[in-house]
Design a protein around this ligand. Structure first.
Ligand code: ASP
Ligand code: MG
Length: 418
């Protein structure tokens, strides 16, 4: 089997949907599982629905937030030519009816749990629409509700996969030769609670499926030529990397390279399954191949920017040394508040951390620390990571910026700048 993943940007409009068809014409559609994300910015729009649900007792605002999602999908369906459009409208309406029923009947006040019952509709909608489009073009894909297959724990919004059960389920549901279409990002806990694997988790889903089926390859189709040595939105002259080792790709993803979800690579590496990143506008292009090999090709510095991080400097209140017990305390609070650390710098009397405030919990965590440490905090800093750095590459970043922390280790340099 092969696994293809199409992200939100590649199915954001009718052109995108038709483009999936062109890709399949080029690659063939046998022995294939297609994983699709929510269309365009639907996940953000659904997050807005969840926030509105929790923040307001005013039902008009909630209706309006949901209308945004509804109108977007209906507009797309309106524009595609389908013989069985009414049947598709019916399926889409049914999903919205489920959402409305949930909003009316829900008893849970657990934000993360409620989030996971609502936000996954983005993927359910996109996969249902894509299936209709494929069918119209004579690609009869079997639509799978991945929630019946991909089983997780109940760690809502960042659920962990139950690998044994998931693998067994995939093997039962997928037969060689077939064409299947399913959702990225989502899974389920027990029979009836939907879970999600974390934002941008659809790549990870593709890898999970690849692993469970011992697939021949996993391909992520993107709106870029492949993996570049820098994000072209923030860096000039980004160049395509034609090949990357698993380890290098894991490092790049870990430090925030946005092309690949960090968790995606490990399951593939374990089974030696190559991961291709290819441009959906040019399916014949080679793109990038990530596999077991040495570092990167062509060998060049890789630049990664993580924006809007928080720089925290902790020192002991009485000028005593920062000892292991202090660090232990800080790290257990980080784990408790789900704060992700991207850089650590340690000296005798202070301890600096550059963190990702992914769940908006840093301020709360700092409150918990304020009686124990002297705290300096700067919000909104940028973290640059350069792998395989050269002196010229470093200068390029440092110029015209205020460098707050600089760390050079081995072939990697990190800069926290304001
Ligand atoms: N739709 C989800 C998100 O936007 C998952 C994904 O796109 O990978 O986070
Ligand atoms: Mg998305």
């Amino acid at each position: 089997m092969r696994v293809f993943k199409f992200g939100g940007a590649s199915v954001k409009d009718v052109t995108g949907l038709e483009n999936v068809v062109s890709v399949l014409r080029h690659t063939g559609a046998k022995d294939l599982v297609i994983v699709v994300s929510a269309m365009g910015k639907t996940t953000n729009a659904l997050e807005q629905v969840v926030d509105t649900y929790f923040e307001n007792s005013n039902s008009t605002l909630l209706t309006t937030a949901l209308e945004v999602v509804r109108n977007y999908h209906f507009q797309i369906i309106d524009q595609v030519s389908l013989d069985k459009k009414q049947a598709l409208f019916g399926k889409i309406e049914a999903f919205f009816a489920e959402i409305e029923a949930f909003l009316t009947n829900n008893q849970s006040s657990d934000y993360d749990q409620v989030y996971d019952q609502l936000v996954p509709y983005g993927e359910l909608l996109s996969s249902t629409i894509l299936q209709a489009v494929l069918e119209q073009q004579d690609f009869a894909a079997q639509w799978l509700d991945i929630r019946t297959i991909l089983k997780t724990d109940s760690n809502f919004r960042e659920a962990k996969v139950n690998w044994k059960l998931t693998e067994k389920n995939f093997k039962e549901h997928i037969n060689s030769g077939g064409l299947y279409l399913t959702q990225g990002f989502i899974g389920s806990y027990k029979p009836s609670l939907t879970t999600t694997l974390g934002r941008e988790g659809s790549d990870y889903t593709a890898a999970i499926i690849g692993y469970c089926l011992s697939a021949e390859s996993v391909t992520i189709w993107k709106d870029v030529p492949g993996v570049l040595n820098a994000d072209p939105r923030y860096f000039e002259n980004a160049t395509l990397l034609s090949a990357i080792s698993y380890n290098e790709a894991i490092e790049l993803a870990f430090y925030g390279a946005s092309v690949i979800h960090p968790k995606t690579l490990q399951p593939l590496q374990q089974k030696g399954i190559p991961l291709y990143v290819k441009p959906f506008l040019n399916p014949a292009a080679a793109g990038t191949c990530i596999s077991e090999r040495d570092t990167i090709e062509p060998y060049s510095p890789c630049f990664i920017l993580k924006r809007n991080e928080v720089l925290i400097k902790l020192s002991s209140l009485d000028f005593s040394f920062m000892l292991e017990e202090h660090l232990g305390e800080v790290f257990s609070l980080m784990a408790e508040y789900r704060v992700k650390v991207d850089l650590i710098q340690h000296s005798a009397i202070s301890f600096s951390l550059c963190v990702d405030d992914k769940f908006n919990t840093v301020t709360k965590m700092l409150c918990a620390l304020q009686n124990r440490f002297k705290i300096q905090v700067i919000y909104g800093v940028n973290l640059y990571t350069i792998r395989h750095f050269t002196p010229e590459a470093l200068v390029k970043i440092e110029v015209d910026k205020e460098v707050l922390v600089k760390q050079v280790a081995g072939n990697m340099a990190q800069l926290v700048v304001k």
